[in-house]
Design a protein around this ligand. Sequence first.
Ligand code: M6R
Length: 609
Amino acid sequence: MCGIAGYVGPKNAVDVVFDQLKRLEYRGYDSAGIAYLDGGSIQVTKKAGKLSELGKVLHDSPKHAELAIAHSRWATHGGPTDENAHPHYDRFERIAIIHNGIIENYLELKQDLVAHSHKFSSQTDTEVAAHVIGREYTDGVPLEEAVRKAVKKLRGAYALVVMSLSEPGKIVCVRNSSPLVLGIGIGENMLASDIPALLPYTREVVIMEENQIAILTKERIRLIDGDGKELAIEPTHIDWDIDAAERGGYEHFMRKEIHEQPQVMRQVTTGRIDEKGKIRLEGIFGDHVWNEIDRVNIIACGTAYHAGLMGKHLFESALRLPTDVYFSSEFRYGDPVLSPKSLAIFVSQSGETLDSLAALRLCKQRRIRTLGIVNVVGSAISRECDRTIFTQAGPEISVASTKAYTAQVMVFALLALYIAQVQEVPGVRIDEWISEIGRMDELMAECLKLEPQIEKLAEEYKDMPLCFFLGRGADAFVAMEGALKLKEIAYIPTQEYPAGEMKHGPLALVTENVVSIFGATDPNIRDKVVSNIKEVQARGGRIIAITTSEDELMDQVAEHVIKIPKTKFEFLNALLAIIPLQLFAYHVAKLNGCDIDQPRNLAKSVTVE
Ligand code: M6R
């Protein structure tokens, strides 16, 4: 996601925060900017593109300041332009702010501010937050007090950092669901969104907790809560090396990204479920379009294709909306039959996959409506689709896609509910879905606790010659994604099938050392899966079953049972099962000494056909 840096102290603050941003570059971004005090004004310098673009402007005429804040932006509201880059000023340019996260109610706030003659130079929610804080920053009010009052008006997930012209030696920051870390120095203090940015300067850090506000001067750091009460500072000593710190202390980005999924579940829904329990998907087609669509074509590659299969499953089971899923590379040359009232949905993490882009262009030629489900804002697919829903998963660095997949599937869930809401589809309990979706972060965190068990299984089976991934219903689609993970990072041959297909041929491959991982998270078809397990067992195959917590039957049937939490919906149960599968692939690959984040022969973004 976006990167935040801030420094106050005797060094040249502009150089320090620029260096800090460089240390956050691995997180991905599309524009960057710095604010510092220069005599009687706050100077803001910002540029779209890489940090080198900002560096050129800064270094052409070197700047010096004792306090600066800086930001690298990964666009969410508004494209990656100079104007939308942070920092942003308030109305009178007395404060400048930088921000990570999303202010959900920014449109309402903006309307009110516009009605009071505020003018805006960007499309961002951040500039709205700057104006809201500026409004509270009246004469005699300390900056921290203005921030404390203003954040009560903001809804969403954010980390905000503010500097002021009238209090030149002070930085105020607040954390609400987006990380912020404070760095304690001698005669200097600093902050960043992530520890690696601080390590060259200090190893004593304070990891801010929810709703805390920090006030930094060069002499000291104060912490207060949302009521203004002073809090004790409890520093942590960090002894990671700088490389490990970029990965948040994890050995690989893939494991970091697997562990980020609870947070991603919160990010995906941020701003999309309102207080009245309605799904809000801003900027997509109007209701008349949703009422007219007679068929959906989902087009994607790899993991995104597997997310598309989950989308089909939900659209057909919940909405009775006929849906086809195509590999992008096949779609284009397959002369597809497309109804003029159909909708083509393009799913892509990078938004740059050439096969998908070519298929998108074909749909546009055929005048079919197009919708993107994309992670990277400003990417080609997001720009060329008629409408795009962003997955808000944050940058994914490991070649093997993990958190982007769960985010894509959750976007399909939100979209299906949105269509159900518009079409008033009978039998879809939107309230129950929303409540279960709201638990997905906790439930994913529960699944992550299974890691020690999965590591042991990986140890036992790391030399398997072949691994089957099997399931029925939604479990069969998740099995396909689990199989892709194991083959792409651990180089172990896999076969993925709906479990009922085994007896029609693939069963011939089962021998003593062959492992079969069954998804059995749907109680309605579990007994059928049990029969399929027995067929494999009878041929000497090794069995790992993933089932839900209340199931006792599987303990009597399978050699190894992984129990995940249960939700009210089989679709969500199946989605949770991907976490043990991702972890299994990860640990098998690690034990086999594979290059996990950059597997052989593969690239993160595939821009060739
Ligand atoms: O960026 P995209 O989502 O369009 O990429 C699609 C596939 O190339 C991608 O999912 C690939 O299969 C991953 N390596 C899977 O982990």
